[in-house]
Design a protein around this ligand. Structure first.
Ligand code: GN1
Ligand code: MG
Length: 364
């Protein structure tokens, strides 16, 4: 592999590289902050794209460029300024402006402009949740008329039937002998399988649409400025056609959990209805214009679906011997699974109240 400096210099950057340091805590890609000398030139974010997971890097980058160009044009048309902080921009190769990634013979790399004076949070209060809801709703609304056809960067990424099939395969194989210890959780999951695959059935019946979604709306994938205003949505690898439930549900999964997704303190894991209410209000404000009544009615289902899907994915990975998610200790994926199942139970209890809240919102 070439040095990071050699890699960075493949791109059409402004200025001279000063330092390169690790950045963030993603579970999939490796991310670095690239500082250039002096204040006159931008800093950059360098990422090694995990091409074992994103096997179609070319399609992935084409998606992202289409999305960011579309968003940028919309913002510009609205007279928005400071566009470099409101939408990500990917840097083309110095030798081929049509490409925004570099293959060094081993890994795929990309470079984007670092957004200065911007912040991400791992936890949010109701005020920030309302703004995040509005921003993710706006993100979907702005992409409703994107002319390009986006690829599924991970086929069947949020397809619940497919995720359950993967779990069944993992259970069948029991590759590292972990099944016996987790059989009760597998049973808990399978008991809910029929209910949780409702969206796929409704899609086949033509009752539920797919739209362009972000598909990784973890709370820390939104940037705020120093005054607490939303700047932009980041981490666009998984932007693809999906049910709108993806964006609604994954935000609540992370933001409305009283604890981080890998906390082993299960007694403290619970669903925060104040976050749910604020996020839902914000989301409906900007998304209501294009949502169908069925999509709105199913929002509580979406809130349950994502901890459930994440539990299925973490558990399958645990049974497979931790081949997908980065882990820092042997039972990490199991702890994550239990946490998500506990969150799911808390959401199941909140279901009637959530339905009532959404009904009231729809009439408002
Ligand atoms: C992964 O890399 P990160 O942390 O943004 C995963 C998401 C999961 C999440 C769980 C491509 O996202 O789907 O919800 O971990 N991304 C992919 O923390 O699998
Ligand atoms: Mg992320």
């Amino acid at each position: 592999m070439e040095s990071k400096l050699d890699i960075i210099n493949q791109f059409a950057i402004e200025g001279t590289v000063d330092t390169v340091k690790p950045l963030g805590n993603g579970l999939i890609n490796d991310t670095y902050l690239v500082k250039t000398t002096g204040d006159a030139t931008p800093d950059y974010v360098l990422q090694r794209i995990n091409h074992h997971i994103f096997t179609d890097v070319d399609g992935l980058q084409r998606n992202i460029v289409a999305v960011t160009n579309h968003l940028r044009a919309k913002l510009q048309a609205q007279g928005m300024t400071d566009l470099n902080r409101r939408v990500l921009s990917f840097i083309p190769l110095a030798t081929d402006p049509s490409l925004t990634y570099f293959f060094d013979g081993e890994s795929y790399w990309r470079l984007s402009r670092f957004i200065p004076d911007a912040f991400t949070f791992d936890t949010v209060d109701p005020h920030y949740s309302r703004m995040a809801g509005e921003a993710f709703g706006r993100f979907q609304a702005q992409l409703v008329d994107i002319p390009e056809t986006l690829v599924e960067t991970i086929p069947d990424f949020h397809n619940m039937e497919f995720r359950l099939a993967q779990l069944r395969e993992a259970v069948e194989a029991d590759a590292v002998g972990r099944l016996a210890s987790v059989q009760p959780i597998v049973d808990d999951i399978m008991r809910r399988a029929e209910n949780m695959t409702a969206a796929e059935r409704l899609y086949r019946e033509g009752k539920l649409p797919k739209r362009i979604c972000h598909c990784d709306t973890k709370v820390n994938n939104m940037m705020f400025d120093a005054d607490g205003n939303v700047l932009c949505v980041i981490d666009l690898d998984t932007v693809m056609p999906s049910f709108i439930f993806s964006d609604y549900g994954d935000f609540l999964r992370t933001a409305a959990n009283t604890m981080p997704e890998d906390s082993p303190e299960l007694d403290k894991v619970a669903f925060r209805t104040d976050i749910f209410e604020a996020f839902t209000e914000g989301y409906l404000k900007s998304a209501r214009e294009f949502l169908t009544p069925l999509e709105i009615e199913m929002l509580p289902y979406a809130a349950a679906l994502f901890p459930y899907m994440q539990a299925v994915r973490f558990l399958a990975d645990y049974i497979n011997g931790d081949t997908y998610y980065k882990t820092t200790y042997p039972d990490h994926n199991l702890v994550r699974t239990r946490n998500q199942m506990r969150l799911l139970e808390s959401i199941e209890q909140a279901m009637p109240a959530m339905r009532a809240f959404i009904d009231a919102q729809s009439k408002a």
